[in-house]
Design a protein around this ligand. Structure first.
Ligand code: ADP
Length: 267
């Protein structure tokens, strides 16, 4: 039950009037729990077969005797399965009750995460004929969960490429201030209409334009926002339909120059 009490005020010596609103929210809570259970179960059931597919395709790729075309096919299997695994992990993260967005914390350099992430997206950007520019001048020390931050960076960069038409440009800028480090990802893509902007981090929400342009789950930004918030930071989006989008992440900087980068795998 959800109970709300509201005092309606008094006149003179009369006893105060109080309005009690009692809502039965059992059905809503049950539907929510059921949805969480189904998502978690489906995600678990999908993870194992995907891991088996990736493992076997990678083993096949180790054979020296593979013809180039067969090699390309196995590589396509690995890439597609890895994308599915990432999506599955996102669904699982969101469905999990105890998801904190910040588990294995370490003293790390966000610059290294940006370099690694951008490197991994170069082939996709080239295939989409999108120019990818990275500009970071200094180390970006943060005390953070490196695996989760990589997830955030991958998601933002992948969106920027995905929603930018041919011949467009994606700029990734890392910078440091006295008490914070920032990441700015700017694209010249399809943009987001002003009406859609407030909903953009709601799980499963996707704009009509995005649905037309590319596939997706509508989960990435919501998860990224949770992860950044869990680190005491902020994630803001500025966009104009048909012109482009700028996503900015700000995190508290650590006093240290960042000793190592940890991107340990956990889900
Ligand atoms: P997905 O990309 O899987 O749909 P996200 O949660 O990452 O999910 O993003 C939610 C929605 O926000 C997208 O479907 C799209 O409508 C919009 N969006 C996110 N990034 C961009 C971008 N760089 N340019 C245009 N639209 C974007």
């Amino acid at each position: 039950l959800s109970i709300t009490a509201k005092r309606l005020g008094t006149s003179g010596d009369e006893a105060p009037t109080v309005l009690l609103l009692v809502h039965d929210v059992t059905a809503i809570a049950e539907a929510q729990r059921e949805r969480e259970q189904i998502t978690a179960m489906a995600s678990h059931e999908l993870k194992h077969p995907l891991t088996v597919m990736i493992g076997n395709a990678e083993l096949a790729l180790e054979m020296d005797t593979l013809e180039p075309r067969t090699r390309q096919r196995f590589e396509a299997i690995v890439n597609a399965s890895e994308r599915m695994l990432t999506m599955t992990n996102s669904m699982l993260s969101l469905a999990r009750k105890g998801f904190t967005g910040r588990e294995d914390v370490d003293d790390i350099d966000l610059r290294q995460i940006l370099v690694d992430s951008v490197q991994s997206f170069r082939p996709t950007a080239a295939a989409n004929e999108v120019q990818l520019d990275l500009r970071i001048d200094e180390p970006l020390p943060v005390i953070a969960d490196g695996f989760r931050l990589r997830q955030v960076v991958d998601n933002i960069v992948s969106n920027a490429i995905k929603y930018t038409p041919r011949d467009g440009r994606v700029q990734i800028i890392g910078s440091i201030a006295s008490d914070s480090v920032s990441l700015t990802v700017r694209d010249t893509g399809i943009g987001i209409a002003a009406d859609d902007l407030p909903n953009i981090m709601t799980p499963y929400f996707r704009t009509a334009e995005a649905k037309q342009k590319a596939g997706g789950t509508g989960l990435g930004l919501g998860i990224s926002h949770e992860i950044v918030s869990a680190h005491g930071g902020s994630l803001t989006i500025d966009s104009e339909a048909g012109v482009g989008t700028t996503v900015a992440v700000q995190l508290p900087r650590s006093g240290d120059a960042g000793r190592r980068t940890s991107t340990k795998a956990h889900s």
